[in-house]
Design a protein around this ligand. Structure first.
Ligand code: NAD
Length: 386
């Protein structure tokens, strides 16, 4: 009936399926804001906890797609004009992509995608789609909002602790057979009492603030819409009218806003210069929010004490990307939002969205980014088209 083109990251080098370390995962039915976890009608084509985000995992969609008569094409070959993605794109009615291995849906590719009606992000963050071009072409863009927010928030907390306490270099000293305690601690501090600020306090940013409250850190935030006063007083939050005011005031800055034209490289050399010497910068949102070279320079000069994140540009990052070897970095490949726990939710959410789309019933407002020619749902609250 329809062609569904799904781009996923490659299988593990050691083969598929992997040997799982645990037999099950906790069942999460509701998120902190009251939103229910995805509820597709069809049976899930997987056991929660399985690896679904790679090509052989197929997001667990194979049996459902075949039962509905749809053609499901799954590939990791996404870049360049001779890629599988470009080959199958013109006839695809639905494209599914994950931010971890983004199939960039540029204006030029959208112009070739004559049949495309739905661009579905299996995860959160739809900046790999040119949203303006999608809106003009009448394509709906949807994502599984909420599915990996806590996964990412936990990753941010881990990065705050590992940078400030100098965990990664100290671990390396232990692995290398050393006992150089003075080297371990000469850059190691407690987070207690340090001022932490998040630029963007949506689902992830707010979850980070809630988790860091327990560490007795004064908490700051800025974002487009000020939070409810009861949340501000419960967490003792200081609100800043803009990113610059926050950057000047805190020891650790966390970026958690979506990427769209006016947030691109907004954290540039000038903004970095406004941070206190020895600040830390965490970015699990999108790499293009910051000036890539300015981050390297700030680490080399010692103005920044550390940078950690899991988002790069482009993805996958080339092996000589400067962020792989810059000093005091705690980078990982883009993995925070694709834990096995997160995959169970975003694969279920992908199925729920597909059922709504093919069943002509409304997709949840929270899942919509672009619909009916403009921003919609979460897209209207969190993105801008310019
Ligand atoms: P969200 O929509 O719940 O929150 C984003 C918040 O940013 C909104 O509250 C919005 O008001 C605010 N905002 C938008 N533009 C702003 C601006 N210019 N200045 C200040 N505030 C602004 O989104 P979320 O679920 O918290 O996710 C945030 C981002 O994190 C996503 O867009 C995505 O890029 C990234 N993300 C990364 C991963 C990962 O695996 N690393 C996973 C999920 C999401």
């Amino acid at each position: 009936m329809a062609r569904i083109l799904c781009v996923l990251y490659p299988d593990p080098e050691s083969g598929y399926p992997p040997t799982y370390t645990r037999d099950d995962i906790p069942v999460i039915t509701q998120y902190a804001n009251g939103q229910t976890a995805p509820l597709p009608e069809a049976d899930l084509g997987f056991k929660p906890g399985q690896l679904l985000g790679c090509v052989s995992g197929e997001l667990g969609l194979r049996s459902w797609a075949e039962s509905q008569g749809h053609e499901l094409i799954v590939t990791s070959d996404k870049d360049g004009s001779d890629s599988e993605f470009e080959k199958y794109l013109p006839e695809a009615e639905v494209v599914i992509s994950q931010p971890f291995w983004p199939a960039y849906l540029t204006k030029e590719r959208i112009a070739k995608a004559h049949n495309l009606k739905l661009a579905l992000t299996a995860g959160i963050g739809s900046d790999h789609v040119d949203l303006d071009a999608a809106a003009k072409a009448g394509i709906t863009v949807a994502e599984v909002t909420g599915s990996n927010s806590i996964s990412v928030a936990e990753h941010v907390v881990m990065m705050v602790l590992s940078l400030v306490r100098n965990y990664l270099p100290s671990h390396q000293i232990a692995v290398n057979g050393g006992w150089d305690i003075a080297d371990c601690v000469s850059r190691s501090y407690d987070v207690e009492g340090m001022h932490f600020g998040t630029i963007g306090a949506g689902r992830i940013g707010l979850a980070v603030l809630r988790r860091l409250k327990a560490f007795d850190m004064p908490l700051h935030y800025t974002q487009r819409h000020q939070l409810d006063p009861t949340i501000e007083s419960e967490l003792g939050l200081t609100y800043h009218p803009d990113a610059e005011s926050l950057a000047r005031s805190v020891d650790i800055v966390n970026l958690q806003v979506p990427l769209y034209p006016s947030t691109e490289r907004f954290f540039n050399r000038e903004m970095l210069a406004k941070m206190k010497r020895g600040s830390y910068l965490i970015n699990t949102a999108r790499a293009q929010l910051v000036d890539q070279d300015a981050v390297v320079e700030a680490l080399e000069s010692g103005h920044l004490a550390g940078y950690a994140g899991d988002v790069w540009y482009p993805q996958p990052a080339p092996s000589n990307h400067p962020w792989r070897n810059m000093p005091w970095n705690g980078m990982t490949p883009h993995m925070s939002g694709t834990s096995l726990s997160a995959q169970a939710r975003y694969a279920a959410g992908t199925l729920e969205i597909l059922e709504c789309f093919f069943g002509h019933s409304p997709i949840r407002e929270d899942y919509l980014i672009v619909d009916n020619g403009g921003l919609a749902g979460t897209g209207a609250k969190s993105y801008k088209l310019n």
